[in-house]
Design a protein around this ligand. Sequence first.
Ligand SMILES: [Mg+2]
Length: 97
Amino acid sequence: MDMDKICKRVIKHYGVINQLNKACEEINELKNEIDVPSDKQNKQRIVDEIADVSIMVYQIILITENIIRDFDINEDGIDTRVDFKLSRLERRMDGLE
Ligand SMILES: [Mg+2]
């Protein structure tokens, strides 16, 4: 599936504000699925909610990329920040931070 093409169409069709609200809804749905004792969790529902949140995170990235570009903000990209945070996690686990 062409995630980029479909998500851009969704944002154009429903609008930025609606999709940001939808992202909050989907994140909350995932939170509700995982925020129960492990023996009460429904694995298929968790997988479905992770899929929903993945689609919404992609849309958030598309939306915020436009905002950053429109305001000509010079920020590190998401990939750079992910690398930094993963390295920090490793340093912490290794007792170096
Ligand atoms: Mg959902």
